[in-house]
Design a protein around this ligand. Structure first.
Ligand code: APR
Length: 247
């Protein structure tokens, strides 16, 4: 194994508390596009039009068409070896927390249990005016059902730009990052806050490792950079930890 991997395995072996932050890159090998990379969603769509309250108010049908397409893609996608490796890692670490920026639910489908969905998930829609909620099924939300009787509109129950993160998920993630011995940052460009702050802002003593084929905004601030894909490197990390423990 490369020097970097050995260092991360050694840190995991000594760790009792591990925090993992993931982004869209971990789902790339499940066939889901990232946001800012080559062919990324923000390369071909305007974020303001599709993932903001203002964009939704301007054209709710466009936004629902886009989220219905993403929901169908999530339904077709399967967890990859990176998701599965993190689910296996959770079984090896006493205090394990996985915070994801993704809304594709692939971590839960891979078997991860303590998952904090910082940007929500595409399971429900909620009314813009009242507390009404409704399922957001794999078949998508029909355009004829966007309007809610109260005068509000149903919108995807996820976090858009300029909106606060779910309080419970955020505080649990921040506390887990703060107490971690090891922090793994997987498949995120680390440019969207406050989620990106979890990687390096709340813990000065943790061993922080980045798993990403490309450099990111935090590459110069972490202890170890593993240049490669999540589906390749995470199984090698978990395998190395299991082998080290078996010795
Ligand atoms: N394995 C690991 N990382 C990968 C892989 C892979 N196979 N493929 C791409 N990546 C990396 C890219 O190099 C990039 O650094 O994943 C990262 C994806 O970055 P973004 O596209 O910016 O996605 P993300 O960091 O998740 O965006 C954060 O921004 O648009 C909002 O709400 C949206 O949750 C999203 C947030």
């Amino acid at each position: 194994m490369g020097a970097g991997l050995d260092d991360v395995v050694a840190a995991l072996r000594a760790a009792s508390s591990v925090f993992v932050l993931t982004g869209s890159g971990i789902s790339a090998e499940s066939g889901l596009p990232t946001f800012r990379g080559v062919g990324g969603l923000w390369r071909t769509h305007r974020v303001e039009e599709l993932a903001s309250p203002e964009g939704f108010a301007r054209d709710p049908s466009l936004v629902w068409t886009w989220y219905n397409e993403r929901k169908a893609a999530h339904h077709r996608a399967k967890p990859n070896a990176g998701h599965t490796a993190l689910a296996a890692l959770e079984d090896l670490i006493v205090d394990f927390t996985l915070a994801t920026q993704n809304v594709d639910s692939l971590h839960r489908r891979a078997g991860s249990r303590n998952v904090l969905e910082l940007h929500g998930s595409l399971h429900e829609a909620r009314c813009t005016q009242r507390a009404a909620r409704r399922p957001f099924s794999d078949d998508g939300l029909p355009m004829s059902e966007i309007e809610h009787g109260c005068g509000g509109r149903f919108r995807p129950d996820i976090v858009w730009f300029g909106e606060p993160l779910p309080h419970a998920a955020w505080t649990a993630a921040r506390d887990a990052a703060a107490r971690a011995d090891v922090i793994l940052v997987v498949g995120t460009s680390a440019v969207v806050y406050p989620a990106a702050a979890l990687a390096t802002h709340y813990n000065r003593r943790a061993f922080v490792a980045e798993i990403n084929p490309e450099a990111t905004a935090i590459s110069d601030s972490v202890a170890c950079v593993l240049r490669g894909t999540a589906a390749e490197l995470l199984p090698r990390l978990v395998g190395g930890l299991q082998a080290a423990r078996a010795r």
